[in-house]
Design a protein around this ligand. Structure first.
Ligand SMILES: Nc1ncnc2c1ncn2[C@@H]1O[C@H](COP(=O)(O)OP(=O)(O)OP(=O)(O)O)[C@@H](O)[C@H]1O
Length: 288
């Protein structure tokens, strides 16, 4: 039987090319796999995903032009490809810079560790969720204005850099203290990543949405603006009315109660809910 198998293999593999694989080649394949995986994660987690989609659409359009031999379009595409590449680098400069920064600080293997389930699934703890809700309604009850950004998939490093860097565990006392009137950190927004406050006094982009109510000022506009450019959940406590609102995916839910805020936060607490949320977030991005 073994002889028959050996003959079979010999007959059929005759003339076929089998590369000589060494340990070095396997290591090389693994490294390339990890690099490609990291690039795909980066594309998925940043605005580079939009760039990729744009490039795919452009590629499809050029392919059609080539199929139908539209020479003018092909000529224009050929001439402008270098300019487009430079334009993409300029437009996505913050994302590219962040990706390179990440490369320096990141543990590449943490993302592909299948046993790291806790980290994989939970974005922030129940304690953090409770603290945020408690702080918002405590501040609302005494009309202290607040702006809190809860990061999701898209990293908010470029907005963190507009404020003062912190590294502090989230607690209702700390949040209340930060937004206390006439204290150095009360102006602008706080950014929360996981269970930590990473930055305070951050400047957020203002929305240019024309339909937003005229009685809402820049704090609410900043919350909406931020939710239009990324997937973060932004909580606003109004200094005028004490009401709590939430902006996400370019939509502002005004005057919500503690239970509604809790439910909004718990929807993003676990990473597995991302696919479901992304649909509504993307709808918001398109609208904005
Ligand atoms: N672009 C911004 N990024 C971060 N924070 C901002 C931004 N613009 C305004 N703010 C914050 O909002 C405060 C001003 O709020 P303003 O009264 O204009 O807004 P509002 O929407 O009417 O809110 P409120 O109901 O609390 O008065 C500023 O002191 C600052 O803390």
């Amino acid at each position: 039987m073994i002889e028959w198998i050996q003959n079979f293999i010999r007959n059929y593999s005759n003339g076929m090319y089998f590369p000589h694989i060494q340990i070095k080649d396997i290591i090389e394949i693994l490294i390339v796999t990890i690099i490609v995986y990291e690039i795909m994660l980066w594309i998925k987690n940043t605005k580079a995903w939009m760039l990729l989609r744009g490039m795919l659409m452009l590629g499809g359009f050029i392919l059609l032009a080539w199929l139908f031999q539209m020479n003018t379009i092909l000529y224009l595409a050929k001439e402008s490809i270098n300019v487009l590449a430079i334009a993409a680098i300029v437009v996505f400069q913050p994302e590219l810079r962040r990706a390179l920064e990440k490369l320096g600080e990141k543990n590449l293997f943490s993302n592909i560790n299948p046993f790291d389930k806790n980290k994989e699934n939970q974005r922030f703890s129940d304690e953090t969720l409770d603290s945020i809700v408690r702080a918002c309604y405590a501040m609302g009850s005494v009309c202290t204005g607040a702006l809190i950004v809860v990061e999701q998939v898209i990293q908010l490093t470029e907005y963190e850099m507009t404020g003062i860097e912190l590294d502090c565990k989230v607690s209702s006392q700390v949040l209340i203290n930060i937004f206390e009137h006439n204290t150095p950190l009360h102006d602008g927004a706080v950014i929360i990543r996981g269970d930590r406050i990473t930055s305070a006094t951050c400047y957020l982009p203002l929305s240019d949405n024309m339909t937003i109510s005229k009685d809402l000022g820049t704090r609410h506009r900043a919350a909406l603006g931020m939710s239009e450019v990324c997937d973060a959940l932004v909580i606003v406590v109004s200094e005028e009315t004490g009401l709590v609102s939430v902006a996400s995916g370019g939509r502002l839910l005004r005057a919500i109660n503690a239970e509604e805020l809790r439910s909004q936060l718990s929807q993003i607490q676990y990473r597995k809910t991302e696919t479901k949320n992304k649909f509504s977030i993307r709808k918001g991005w398109h609208r904005s």
